[in-house]
Design a protein around this ligand. Sequence first.
Ligand code: HMG
Ligand code: MG
Length: 305
Amino acid sequence: MKLNKENFPHEIKIVEVGPRDGLQNEKKVLELEDKKEFINLLSKTGLKTIEVTSFVSPKAIPQMADSASLYSSLNINDIDLPCLVPNLRGFENAMSCGVKEIALFSATSDEFTKKNINCTVDESFDRMSEVAKEAKLKNIKMRGYVSTAFGCPYAGLMDKESLLKVVQRFLDLGVYEVSIGDTIGVAAPSQVHEYLEYLSQHIDMSKIAMHFHDTRGLALTNILVSMEFGIKVFDSSVGGLGGCPYAKGASGNVATEDVLYLMDGLGIKTNVDLDKVVAASKYILDKLGKKSPSKFFNAYINSGY
Ligand code: HMG
Ligand code: MG
């Protein structure tokens, strides 16, 4: 497989998912003030979108139980602050604290959605279409997530036809972008290439973002492959935090600092300040009492550059 840089973008956008995907998988549940300070630090890095929390069942994800008070306490106006919403109940809770953008989520695998959201993929689209109908009436922006796009911890390898079908269903709901998730970090670069090539024959790739977990160390390589298809939006999490409690073996998202360093090396603009990102990572990792899996973070802490 030869990398074709012809379609590489000049600039990419990072969707920072640390406060949501990052913290939802941590044993330690942080204080609201610590999360707020984390989000404030992130908001000063140049990031334009920060997914701050999720309005899900507190029984399913106790780490996000403070979503309403956290969102209401934020005083950030120049950045998009989307929140994950699983159903109408979550949507109404999000609306009552002034959320302006929501993220809807499903997967290619029924086995996964049954564990994650207690319903099949089809049923999840029934729920999401109720939410989408209300969101359109209120002019709320919607983004969609497809989990287990390449592989599922319970059902194994996923096929590209199922991925296309779910992406299309999200576009039909009216989302402005679909984020394709390698939830358990199993995708090989050749598989990402094959699936994106297939998608590019059927849909407008400017509506696609990629969401790689770095469980097996291939997230950066997979980002390079994605850029061959002109993809310009990547989800990442500072310090490489992240994972889904309902995806066995899922570990951190690709680290924001690793993505920034890669883009810097390629001369691709991000408009995000790497030093400030490391400071935000250090803040949250200290609060969690955790080491970071990010290669760049550790090198920077050890060497100062
Ligand atoms: P359920 O048990 O089928 O729901 O859960 P239910 O409607 O029967 O309600 C059960 C209880 O939850 C009730 O409370 C409801 O009121 C309450 P009780 O009567 O027992 O006291 N409830 C809620 N409470 C607060 N907010 C709500 C809400 N809805 C119901 N919105 C449900 C179904 C979807 C609610 C549950 O399974 C859930 O919340 N799941 C969320 C799981 C989750 O957040 N997973 C991680 C995010 S996805 C991810 O990380 C992947 C991603 O990063 C991309 C990738 O990497 O692939 C996005
Ligand atoms: Mg994720």
